[in-house]
Ligand binder design. Structure first.
Ligand code: E4P
Length: 217
Protein backbone atom coordinates (compact mmCIF):
# COMPACT_ATOMS: atom_id res chain seq x y z
CA UNK A 1 0.00 0.00 0.00
CA UNK A 2 1.30 3.43 -0.88
CA UNK A 3 1.52 6.15 1.77
CA UNK A 4 0.51 9.70 0.91
CA UNK A 5 0.60 12.39 3.56
CA UNK A 6 -2.53 14.52 3.94
CA UNK A 7 -1.20 18.02 4.63
CA UNK A 8 -0.13 21.26 2.96
CA UNK A 9 2.55 21.91 5.58
CA UNK A 10 5.86 21.90 3.68
CA UNK A 11 7.98 21.39 6.82
CA UNK A 12 6.03 18.26 7.74
CA UNK A 13 6.31 17.02 4.15
CA UNK A 14 10.08 17.62 4.03
CA UNK A 15 10.61 15.79 7.28
CA UNK A 16 8.47 12.80 6.26
CA UNK A 17 10.04 12.66 2.78
CA UNK A 18 13.42 12.15 4.48
CA UNK A 19 12.18 8.86 5.96
CA UNK A 20 11.81 7.41 2.45
CA UNK A 21 8.32 6.21 3.37
CA UNK A 22 6.38 8.85 1.47
CA UNK A 23 4.86 8.05 -1.94
CA UNK A 24 2.82 11.21 -2.47
CA UNK A 25 0.84 14.09 -0.96
CA UNK A 26 -2.78 15.18 -0.83
CA UNK A 27 -3.98 18.67 -0.02
CA UNK A 28 -7.42 20.22 0.11
CA UNK A 29 -8.64 23.83 0.40
CA UNK A 30 -9.02 23.54 4.19
CA UNK A 31 -5.44 22.29 4.59
CA UNK A 32 -4.20 25.09 2.30
CA UNK A 33 -6.14 27.70 4.33
CA UNK A 34 -4.43 26.48 7.52
CA UNK A 35 -0.99 27.39 6.10
CA UNK A 36 -1.90 31.01 5.24
CA UNK A 37 0.34 30.70 2.15
CA UNK A 38 -0.44 31.21 -1.58
CA UNK A 39 -1.79 27.96 -3.07
CA UNK A 40 0.38 27.83 -6.17
CA UNK A 41 3.55 28.39 -4.10
CA UNK A 42 2.55 25.55 -1.78
CA UNK A 43 1.98 23.16 -4.68
CA UNK A 44 5.28 24.13 -6.34
CA UNK A 45 7.19 23.69 -3.06
CA UNK A 46 5.65 20.27 -2.40
CA UNK A 47 6.33 19.07 -5.94
CA UNK A 48 9.97 20.08 -5.58
CA UNK A 49 10.30 17.84 -2.50
CA UNK A 50 8.17 14.83 -3.47
CA UNK A 51 8.47 12.94 -6.77
CA UNK A 52 5.16 11.12 -6.38
CA UNK A 53 1.66 12.44 -7.08
CA UNK A 54 0.68 15.71 -5.36
CA UNK A 55 -3.06 16.36 -5.26
CA UNK A 56 -4.15 19.98 -5.71
CA UNK A 57 -7.88 20.66 -5.60
CA UNK A 58 -9.89 22.89 -7.92
CA UNK A 59 -12.31 25.31 -6.30
CA UNK A 60 -14.62 26.04 -9.24
CA UNK A 61 -17.94 24.19 -9.27
CA UNK A 62 -18.80 24.26 -13.00
CA UNK A 63 -17.12 21.71 -15.24
CA UNK A 64 -15.64 24.18 -17.71
CA UNK A 65 -14.14 26.31 -14.94
CA UNK A 66 -12.83 23.20 -13.16
CA UNK A 67 -11.13 22.11 -16.38
CA UNK A 68 -9.53 25.54 -16.77
CA UNK A 69 -8.30 25.51 -13.16
CA UNK A 70 -7.12 21.91 -13.51
CA UNK A 71 -5.15 22.69 -16.67
CA UNK A 72 -3.54 25.62 -14.91
CA UNK A 73 -2.62 23.58 -11.80
CA UNK A 74 -1.17 20.85 -14.02
CA UNK A 75 1.35 23.34 -15.45
CA UNK A 76 2.98 23.76 -12.01
CA UNK A 77 4.76 20.39 -12.16
CA UNK A 78 4.52 17.01 -13.89
CA UNK A 79 3.47 15.25 -10.69
CA UNK A 80 0.44 17.45 -9.98
CA UNK A 81 -2.75 15.43 -9.65
CA UNK A 82 -5.84 17.55 -10.13
CA UNK A 83 -8.43 16.94 -7.44
CA UNK A 84 -12.09 17.40 -8.34
CA UNK A 85 -15.19 16.88 -6.18
CA UNK A 86 -17.56 14.01 -6.79
CA UNK A 87 -20.31 15.96 -8.52
CA UNK A 88 -21.60 15.59 -12.07
CA UNK A 89 -19.51 18.62 -13.06
CA UNK A 90 -16.51 17.09 -11.30
CA UNK A 91 -16.96 13.86 -13.25
CA UNK A 92 -17.18 15.77 -16.53
CA UNK A 93 -13.99 17.63 -15.66
CA UNK A 94 -12.38 14.33 -14.65
CA UNK A 95 -13.18 12.77 -18.02
CA UNK A 96 -11.73 15.72 -19.97
CA UNK A 97 -8.59 16.16 -17.87
CA UNK A 98 -7.92 12.39 -17.80
CA UNK A 99 -8.21 12.19 -21.58
CA UNK A 100 -5.66 15.01 -21.82
CA UNK A 101 -3.23 12.87 -19.80
CA UNK A 102 -3.58 14.68 -16.47
CA UNK A 103 -3.84 12.57 -13.31
CA UNK A 104 -7.17 13.17 -11.57
CA UNK A 105 -8.16 12.42 -7.98
CA UNK A 106 -11.94 12.41 -7.47
CA UNK A 107 -12.56 13.46 -3.88
CA UNK A 108 -15.41 13.60 -1.36
CA UNK A 109 -16.59 10.08 -2.19
CA UNK A 110 -19.07 8.65 0.30
CA UNK A 111 -20.73 5.78 -1.61
CA UNK A 112 -19.78 2.81 -3.76
CA UNK A 113 -21.95 4.10 -6.60
CA UNK A 114 -20.05 7.38 -6.58
CA UNK A 115 -16.81 5.40 -6.82
CA UNK A 116 -18.19 3.41 -9.75
CA UNK A 117 -18.97 6.67 -11.58
CA UNK A 118 -15.47 8.03 -10.91
CA UNK A 119 -13.92 4.89 -12.41
CA UNK A 120 -16.15 5.20 -15.47
CA UNK A 121 -15.03 8.85 -15.79
CA UNK A 122 -11.41 7.66 -15.98
CA UNK A 123 -10.24 8.85 -12.55
CA UNK A 124 -6.66 8.01 -11.62
CA UNK A 125 -7.68 7.95 -7.94
CA UNK A 126 -10.93 7.75 -6.00
CA UNK A 127 -10.88 9.20 -2.49
CA UNK A 128 -13.48 7.66 -0.15
CA UNK A 129 -13.56 9.50 3.21
CA UNK A 130 -13.51 6.92 6.00
CA UNK A 131 -13.42 9.18 9.07
CA UNK A 132 -16.25 11.43 7.99
CA UNK A 133 -18.51 8.37 7.50
CA UNK A 134 -17.52 7.05 10.94
CA UNK A 135 -18.32 10.53 12.33
CA UNK A 136 -21.99 10.15 11.34
CA UNK A 137 -22.28 6.62 12.70
CA UNK A 138 -21.65 4.75 9.42
CA UNK A 139 -18.81 2.34 8.67
CA UNK A 140 -16.10 3.92 6.53
CA UNK A 141 -14.19 0.67 6.18
CA UNK A 142 -17.24 -1.05 4.72
CA UNK A 143 -17.10 1.48 1.87
CA UNK A 144 -13.44 0.65 1.21
CA UNK A 145 -14.29 -3.06 0.96
CA UNK A 146 -17.24 -2.37 -1.37
CA UNK A 147 -15.19 -0.23 -3.74
CA UNK A 148 -12.37 -2.82 -3.77
CA UNK A 149 -14.87 -5.53 -4.76
CA UNK A 150 -16.48 -3.41 -7.50
CA UNK A 151 -13.18 -2.29 -9.02
CA UNK A 152 -11.86 -5.87 -8.98
CA UNK A 153 -15.08 -7.22 -10.54
CA UNK A 154 -14.57 -5.07 -13.62
CA UNK A 155 -10.81 -4.57 -13.67
CA UNK A 156 -11.04 -0.79 -13.24
CA UNK A 157 -7.59 0.75 -13.03
CA UNK A 158 -8.69 3.66 -10.84
CA UNK A 159 -6.66 3.44 -7.64
CA UNK A 160 -8.47 3.26 -4.33
CA UNK A 161 -7.05 6.08 -2.21
CA UNK A 162 -8.43 5.80 1.32
CA UNK A 163 -8.84 9.29 2.82
CA UNK A 164 -10.04 10.96 6.01
CA UNK A 165 -7.96 8.56 8.06
CA UNK A 166 -8.11 9.27 11.78
CA UNK A 167 -6.43 6.32 13.52
CA UNK A 168 -3.61 3.82 13.12
CA UNK A 169 -6.26 1.10 12.96
CA UNK A 170 -7.75 2.79 9.91
CA UNK A 171 -4.36 2.38 8.21
CA UNK A 172 -4.13 -1.33 9.12
CA UNK A 173 -7.73 -1.99 8.07
CA UNK A 174 -7.17 -0.22 4.73
CA UNK A 175 -4.15 -2.42 4.04
CA UNK A 176 -6.17 -5.55 4.90
CA UNK A 177 -9.06 -4.39 2.69
CA UNK A 178 -6.70 -3.85 -0.26
CA UNK A 179 -6.67 -0.06 -0.60
CA UNK A 180 -4.00 0.96 -3.13
CA UNK A 181 -3.10 4.11 -1.22
CA UNK A 182 -3.85 5.62 2.17
CA UNK A 183 -3.53 9.37 2.63
CA UNK A 184 -2.64 9.88 6.25
CA UNK A 185 -2.22 12.92 8.53
CA UNK A 186 1.44 13.41 9.61
CA UNK A 187 0.65 12.66 13.26
CA UNK A 188 -0.84 9.26 12.41
CA UNK A 189 2.13 8.35 10.16
CA UNK A 190 4.44 8.99 13.12
CA UNK A 191 2.21 6.95 15.45
CA UNK A 192 2.46 3.91 13.14
CA UNK A 193 6.04 3.21 14.22
CA UNK A 194 5.37 3.28 17.96
CA UNK A 195 4.84 0.27 20.18
CA UNK A 196 5.53 0.26 23.95
CA UNK A 197 7.05 -3.24 23.74
CA UNK A 198 9.52 -2.02 21.10
CA UNK A 199 10.65 0.78 23.46
CA UNK A 200 10.81 -1.56 26.45
CA UNK A 201 12.69 -4.25 24.51
CA UNK A 202 15.20 -1.76 23.13
CA UNK A 203 15.88 -0.33 26.59
CA UNK A 204 16.59 -3.84 27.91
CA UNK A 205 18.88 -4.76 24.98
CA UNK A 206 20.88 -1.55 25.39
CA UNK A 207 21.21 -2.02 29.15
CA UNK A 208 22.47 -5.59 28.69
CA UNK A 209 24.85 -4.50 25.95
CA UNK A 210 26.37 -1.86 28.23
CA UNK A 211 27.12 -4.62 30.77
CA UNK A 212 29.27 -6.46 28.22
CA UNK A 213 31.61 -3.45 28.01
CA UNK A 214 31.97 -4.05 24.26
CA UNK A 215 31.59 -1.72 21.27
CA UNK A 216 30.80 -2.77 17.72
CA UNK A 217 33.21 -0.34 16.03
C1 E4P B 1 -8.34 13.74 1.33
O1 E4P B 1 -7.75 13.95 0.31
C2 E4P B 1 -8.72 14.77 2.29
O2 E4P B 1 -7.78 15.81 2.24
C3 E4P B 1 -8.71 14.31 3.72
O3 E4P B 1 -8.31 12.99 3.88
C4 E4P B 1 -9.88 14.74 4.53
O4 E4P B 1 -9.73 14.29 5.85
P1 E4P B 1 -10.60 14.87 7.05
O5 E4P B 1 -11.95 14.25 6.99
O6 E4P B 1 -9.86 14.44 8.28
O7 E4P B 1 -10.66 16.37 6.88
Amino acid sequence: MQFFVDTADIDEIRSLAETGLLDGVTTNPSLVAKTGRPFRDIVADICAVVDGPVSAEVTATQADAMIEEGRSLATIADNVTVKVPLTMDGLRACRTLSMEGTMVNVTLCFSANQALLAAKAGATYISPFIGRLDDIGLDGMELIAEIRAIYDNYGYETELLAASIRTVNHVKDCAIAGADVATIPPKIIRQLVSHPLTDKGLDAFLADWQKTGQSIL
